[in-house]
Design a protein around this ligand. Structure first.
Ligand SMILES: Cc1cc2nc3c(=O)[nH]c(=O)nc-3n(C[C@H](O)[C@H](O)[C@H](O)COP(=O)(O)OP(=O)(O)OC[C@H]3O[C@@H](n4cnc5c(N)ncnc54)[C@H](O)[C@@H]3O)c2cc1C
Ligand SMILES: *[C@@H]1O[C@H](CO)[C@@H](O)[C@H](O)[C@H]1NC(C)=O
Ligand SMILES: *[C@@H]1O[C@H](CO)[C@@H](O)[C@H](O)[C@H]1NC(C)=O
Length: 544
């Protein structure tokens, strides 16, 4: 017996040593770096400038740099083995090849705004690495051809700036918050203040370059129309890594008009909001008016009230805007004094809440001002919400420390684009989208309370919003809707959240996913699942 144990122990020990060496963070990053240098053009670089492990003094600042949701930066949140910050396309390509080779789970980050931190935290799979594209941010605008090629790590604010620098009468219809990364933003839809005129950012994409699950770089022609369809609205990191988007520019007038008009409950806010719901999707397509609803203190005795701020962008001058408002929405009481005429790029800064007079160059910093602990949810509304239900909602909002809800109008171009044109399905019949938010600054301690509050509001609203499915916006990721387990898909559960985000387009996304990434390399808590593989037995059956 003893003779048998000794050699097998030695082998075991050998295997253990090998394994522990292999899996120590230092050798993981070394092996990865070596693989990347074999598979890309890395020869001239000191590796220490693009690979960061927990031992590097800059690890934490790089991890936190663009991450928006402080809930996913707490010490207990899982941390990547290392962060890789590629300097060109071939590095990104190599990151896919090498993650596969070394069996590492890969997360990709462009602008870091994911609501559930999916681009820098994996709750379901370890070890994982983060490939951060923030060094890849070229924006090449071609006014003659009316297009721009943009690298995924650029922010949408940089895109707007580069377009405006070349022309006062060109723009692009995407997000309102200027620090969004275009890699993760456009892939989920990308709505903004010109959506009623021109649709989403994703509706205005004409080409792309991606790294697929085999590590190949493919443009639209090479990937084919199915995959090109799938990457315009399916949400991040299910089909590949976007390296570049080619977008179509849209015309904007030399002068646009912005305004913000606020109504408290005491100023008849509930009635005005009810009226807003009846007209907002039918307004002139040049006009976008969103409603930003918050709780504020009223008076010095601790009373609270609700304030609804109507923030508008009109693609034209103030005189025509006042005529349109007089005809369609006089209840808001918009006056000439409320209206500010400016260039389109100035309106971008205004809507993103930069102080008046901030130079547009601020957009080149690509920095966000919105770092909070937060939880959000979304809804789509098809029938106006009655004043009684609104009154009940105000009571609920007043129970929470820092609630915020933003109501975004649909209609116009959004209704004309068929539901199946791209994966984003929330089209004709939608009056507006609601985003529910709770924000807090005091760390983890009351997280459960805030989550509980937002879930209660969501339940309260269930009868008054879209049903079967209750629709949600994929760019407002919400893991309450369900999630994949470790590289394992419960297809029935996935179709629950899948139908909320994509309605009838979900099935087609699953088929395309199964064709182009059958091993489910690109996966996360809510990535598009592959179809279950037929087992060899059932294959045998079908062959017989
Ligand atoms: C403050 C704030 C304001 C917002 N305003 C708007 C708005 O006005 N309009 C709107 O439509 N949305 C808005 N959003 C939502 C936003 O569109 C999404 O959070 C979007 O996913 C952000 O993209 P990102 O690159 O910044 O985020 P990331 O966190 O970097 O990525 C988001 C997801 O996409 C994946 N991903 C990232 N890069 C790539 C890539 N190159 N290829 C493939 N997958 C990738 C990530 O792995 C992750 O799953 C807002 C979000 C925040 C936090
Ligand atoms: C960090 O440093 C320690 C001590 O020098 C070392 O043992 C460990 O392997 C290092 N980890 C990484 C990820 O480099
Ligand atoms: C949108 O739907 C309504 C019915 O709900 C229909 O009357 C209208 O024609 C549709 N519009 C488009 C552009 O499909």
């Amino acid at each position: 017996m003893a003779l048998w144990i000794k050699p097998s122990l030695a082998i075991l020990l050998f295997l253990l040593l090998q394994h522990s060496e292999y899996s120590s963070a230092a050798s993981i990053v070394e092996n990865f770096a070596q693989c990347v240098s074999l598979n890309s053009d890395l020869s001239v670089l000191p590796l220490s400038t693009i690979f960061f492990t927990a031992n590097d003094s800059s690890f934490t600042s790089i991890l936190e740099s663009s991450a928006q949701n402080l809930r996913y930066l707490v010490p207990s949140a899982p941390k990547p083995e290392f962060i890789f910050t590629p300097l060109h396309d071939s590095h990104v390509q190599a990151s896919v090849i090498c993650s596969k080779q070394l069996g590492l789970h890969l997360r990709v980050r462009s602008g870091g705004h994911d609501y559930e931190g999916l681009s820098y935290v994996s709750e379901i799979e370890k070890p994982f690495i983060v490939v951060d594209l923030s060094n890849l941010r070229l924006v090449n605008v071609d006014i003659e051809l009316n297009t721009a090629w943009i690298q995924a790590g650029a922010t949408i604010g940089e895109v707007y700036y580069r377009i405006a620098k070349k022309s006062r009468v060109h723009g692009y219809p995407a997000g309102l918050c200027t620090s969004l990364g275009i890699g993760g933003h456009i892939i989920g839809g990308a709505y903004g203040s010109m959506m009623r005129k021109y649709g989403l950012g994703a509706d205005n994409v004409v080409d792309a370059k991606i790294v697929d699950a085999n590590g190949r770089i493919l443009d639209r022609e090479a990937m084919g129309e199915d995959l090109f369809w799938a990457i315009r609205g399916s949400g991040g990191a299910s089909f590949g890594i976007i390296l570049w988007w080619k977008i179509k520019l849209v015309p904007v007038p030399e002068t646009v008009t912005v305004f913000t008009v606020a109504k408290t409950l005491e100023q008849g806010g509930t009635k005005v909001l009810y009226k807003w719901q009846q007209v907002v999707d039918k307004l002139d397509e040049d006009l976008f008016i969103r409603a930003i609803i918050q709780v504020v203190n009223a008076g010095d005795k601790g009373q609270k009230t609700i304030v609804t701020a109507y923030q508008g962008l009109f693609l034209g001058g103030a005189d025509r805007l006042l005529q349109v408002m007089q005809q369609s929405f006089p209840e808001l009481g918009l006056t000439k004094k409320d209206c500010v005429e400016m260039s389109w790029i100035e309106s971008v800064l205004y809507i993103a809440s930069f102080p008046t007079g901030t130079p547009p160059e601020v957009l080149l910093q690509g920095k966000s001002t919105f770092k909070n602990y937060f939880k959000a949810k979304s809804d789509f509304v098809k029938e106006p919400i009655t004043e009684t239900v609104l009154e009940g909602l105000w009571k609920k909002l007043m129970e929470e420390d820092s609630p915020l809800t933003i109501w975004t109008p649909y209609g116009g171009m959004m209704s004309k684009i068929p539901e199946s044109a791209i994966p984003f399905p929330h089209r004709n019949g939608t009056i507006f989208m609601i985003q529910w938010l709770s924000l807090w600054q005091d760390g983890e301690k009351d997280t459960a309370k805030h989550l509980n509050w937002i879930r209660k509001v969501y339940d309260y609203m269930a009868p008054h919003v879209s049903m079967l499915p209750r629709e949600s916006y994929v760019n407002y990721r919400d893991l309450d809707l369900g999630m994949n387990k470790k590289n394992e898909v419960n297809f029935i559960e996935a179709s629950g959240w899948g139908n909320k985000y994509f309605k009838g387009n979900f099935d087609k996304l699953v088929i395309i996913k199964t064709m182009y990434d059958p091993d489910n390399f690109f996966r996360h808590e809510q990535s598009i699942p592959t179809l279950p593989r037929p087992s060899s037995e059932s294959m045998g059956c079908s062959l017989a």
